[in-house]
Design a protein around this ligand. Sequence first.
Ligand SMILES: Cc1cc2nc3c(=O)[nH]c(=O)nc-3n(C[C@H](O)[C@H](O)[C@H](O)COP(=O)(O)OP(=O)(O)OC[C@H]3O[C@@H](n4cnc5c(N)ncnc54)[C@H](O)[C@@H]3O)c2cc1C
Length: 547
Amino acid sequence: MVSQSRPKVLIIGGGFGGLFCARRLGNVDVEVTLLDRSAGHLFQPLLYQCATGTLSIGHISRPLREEFARHRNVTTLLGEAIDIDPAARQVAVRRPDETTYTLDYDVLVLAAGMQQSYFDNEHFAQWAPGMKTLDDALSIRQRLFTAFEIAETLPPGPERDSWLTFAVSGAGPTGVELAGQIREMATRTLANEFHSIEPEDARVLLFDGGDRVLKSFAPDLATKATNTLQKLGVELCLGVHVTDVRQDGVTVTQKNGGAQEQYAARTVLWTAGVEAVPFARRLAETLGVDADHAGRIHVDPDLSVPGRPEVFVIGDLVGRDKLPGVAENAMQGGLHVAACIRRDLEGKPRRAYRYRDLGSAAYISHGNALLQVGPLRLAGRLGWLAWGFIHIAFLTGLRNRVSTVATWLATIARASRYHRAFMLGSDGAPEQRYTWTSEDQPAQPETPPSGSGVEGREQGIRRPMTITPEDVRRLLAAGDDAQLVMVEGRTAVVTGDQLASDGYRGALEIISRKDLLARTGGTGELSDAEVSAEASALDAAVNELGG
Ligand SMILES: Cc1cc2nc3c(=O)[nH]c(=O)nc-3n(C[C@H](O)[C@H](O)[C@H](O)COP(=O)(O)OP(=O)(O)OC[C@H]3O[C@@H](n4cnc5c(N)ncnc54)[C@H](O)[C@@H]3O)c2cc1C
């Protein structure tokens, strides 16, 4: 039995950092709780292979419960950390059914990672999924394969061409990998399967604001990657920013201020930026600790929060010494914090964290990858073999390793992709529609019920939506002129200036922060129950409007 007197270590996030920290604490005299909003550890570096049908979601994720089944002092829990009370040393957690519970800690390790950032253009997300979670990978898989299917049913012309045009924003490793894989899918896997269209004609456009792809790699490797991508047929559009994303395409603007250009593309994928997950921002705010523009938290040399030796931050969320957002930094951070905890128990001083750069790798195409380790640089087939070995070595779980190698070998032998299945909704499940594009049909203007706090603008809402307690918390935590709005089927908390901009034309104003404070007594200090009650009331008002 786990003794109740052991120090309680709460790790938030079972990604690379949290996993390695919990594993290392598995033989230390502490009681570890590993909390994650998903039930599995996700191997993000192979997400794009899942999105493009080479691997299944099972290959790249492993249940945390299975991973820690043999560690008697490690408990894994499903739930999303939403709030922290540093005085009581408690974290509030939301279950998937929206109910909440609290977890106590003596030591807190924040390993919650980053999410996709749309640089304050949240409405892009409806048409341009990011690439951070299993849901993202499945959404991208659905869009990619559906695009070819829809094109097959259309007569030749601009509409069909736009379904066969794929725009990827961001030419870092993820964007490069995705763009290359889409062309390979079109030219190798799908080439002989269609009758009306020629999948090989599919255009893949890769946009980036920089002057070369793969900025984190040495210039000579980036040049090799460029040549390979161009041979594959990927069209590189560098020195431009994607400044608008719509159902039917993107607008790009020259970085140096030239004219805007429109591209008709029915599939847009976003890999251009990252920002801290909401709980990390909440923690930084509550503890009064500095964070950079993307929400990375400033920490002391031992990775603890200044003035809070019991709170550590690891992985992508660390805002110190320009540490890179790579798996190796998260794993080393996890091991380092576990060592600090052990040294605390032994009464020894903590050591400063030192990151050892073990290099980076990127997949470009079949038989072509880059590897950069200190002065060693590999490209082409050698790089590809090294890339394969490294990824297999770090993939979590022996079964996943064996089945991934077997799947890769089969894919190499037959150019097939065995995991192309994707979900489509049904008429009987309104929350999961058969098409995603119907959400963009112009909605009829609606008159809001008086006194609901919901003011209609140019368009009504397009589908029943859910205002969550998290929306209410985000609004309360925002600035004085903030508004909670609904735009393109999503909620967003925006400033007055943002709301007046083109990006939010047609947004539905749900409630302003000022009105919310007025409704709830003015202090903004609401209990979980009060926040949930406000969210339900707003949700009901909005759904009434939509219904
Ligand atoms: C598509 C892609 C490809 C990549 N390729 C490479 C690569 O080739 N090489 C490389 O070194 N790095 C790569 N990276 C980066 C690498 O994956 C990250 O640096 C690494 O995952 C960071 O680890 P982490 O522990 O900080 O966060 P993550 O691994 O992101 O884990 C964070 C965990 O926290 C959970 N979480 C988030 N919020 C909450 C909350 N409020 N409550 C509870 N749980 C929460 C999430 O569910 C997640 O499981 C890639 C990343 C992506 C997205």
